[in-house]
Every structure is written in C-alpha cells, then in structure tokens.
Design a protein around this ligand. Structure first.
Ligand code: S3P
Length: 174
C-alpha cells in the first residue's frame, strides 16, 4: 500500500484532513511537523527562533528523506507547508512510490484561517494586520504554487465540509 502525502499552504487543512482520512481508511497518521518536533526535542517556533529557518529547512529535508525511505507504507502523512518547496523535496516525492495530494485553498480563505490561528507559525506570527497577512499569503502562495501543482492529485477546496473532502479523496484514490 502506498503512503499518501498531503501538501499545501499553511492553514489548508493538511493535519485535520489527514487525521480524519487516516481514521476513515484505518491507516496510521503522521503529522510531519510533530515528527520534526519530537525528533528535535523542540517546538517549531523555538527551532526557528534559536536555530533559524535555514537549519529548519535542512532538517526538514533530512526527515522527509527518512520518511520516504521507511518501508511501512499505507500511512497518511501531512507535510509542512514549505516542505515541497525547498531543496529537491518535490522531486523526491514525485520519484518515490507515494501518492501526493495538494489541498488547494484560495489565498483569501487561507488568510482568514491563519488570522484566527497563527500562533504556532513563525512565518506569519508577526504580521499584525489582516490586510498585510492577506497580501503576504497571496504572494507567497503564488510562489509556492509552482511546487504544489506538481502533486499527482490536485484538490480544489471551497466551502465543502471536511467529510465531503475526505469522501472526495477516497473516491479519487479508489
Ligand atoms: C511552514 C509551515 C508549517 C511549519 C513551519 C514552516 C511553511 O507547517 O512546517 O512553520 O514554510 O509553510 P504547517 O503548514 O503545518 O503550518
């Protein structure tokens, strides 16, 4: 059984959808940010603060390599928002025998979600007006879309419920 990797911008629902999808399909779930935090013994905001983003990107690449080499299979894995966009991570994902799914949410919806919950996200935590956040997300998502759009499955997510999204993923997969 292939592992399923969920990719997409911060706030696109990778962890929430991933956990529910894994439950429904009776598979195990890995939240990549949690995996990094456990292995490094430090939270992501603290890693960014004390060791810097470049260090974070290096270890992110190393841990992705580890996951891709594991032969477990059948897991649902929610990556970090930046994971496919650094080093040759997206190439590696494409070359590995895994399914990649991009949760494609509009920048406006992402900005709304991130405005309500940005505490654990060092890249946006210090943006202090809604307009600035929306502007940042619009530009950043545009840059990152080049990588996200290389996913095998691209799922446009609008106002549907999580349940509907999960059912849609399952119907595409099988
Ligand atoms: C990041 C997204 C975060 C986390 C880190 C960097 C990014 O993950 O990996 O803060 O560069 O977009 P989520 O997408 O799970 O918030």
């Amino acid at each position: 059984m292939m592992d399923i990797y969920l990719i997409g911008y911060m706030g696109s629902g990778k962890s929430t959808i991933g956990r529910l999808l894994a439950d429904k399909m009776d598979r195990s779930f890995v939240d990549f940010d949690d995996f990094i935090e456990e292995n490094e013994g430090m939270s992501i905001p603290k890693l960014f603060k004390t060791k810097g983003e470049i260090y974070f990107r290096k270890i992110e690449m190393k841990y992705l390599e580890e996951l891709l080499l594991e032969k477990e299979g059948g897991r649902v894995i929610a990556l970090g928002g930046g994971t496919p966009c650094y080093g040759n991570n997206m190439d590696r994902l494409q070359r590995a025998k895994v399914k990649t799914i991009y949760l494609n949410v509009s920048y406006k919806a992402l900005a709304r979600r991130l405005w309500d919950n940005n505490n654990n996200r060092p890249l946006v935590a210090t943006i202090d007006t809604y307009e600035a956040l929306e502007d940042y997300v619009r530009k950043h998502l545009f840059e990152r879309s080049y990588f996200y759009n290389q996913a095998e499955i691209i799922l446009k997510i609008g106002s549907e419920s999580e349940e509907e999204t999960i059912n849609k993923i399952i119907s595409i997969l099988f």
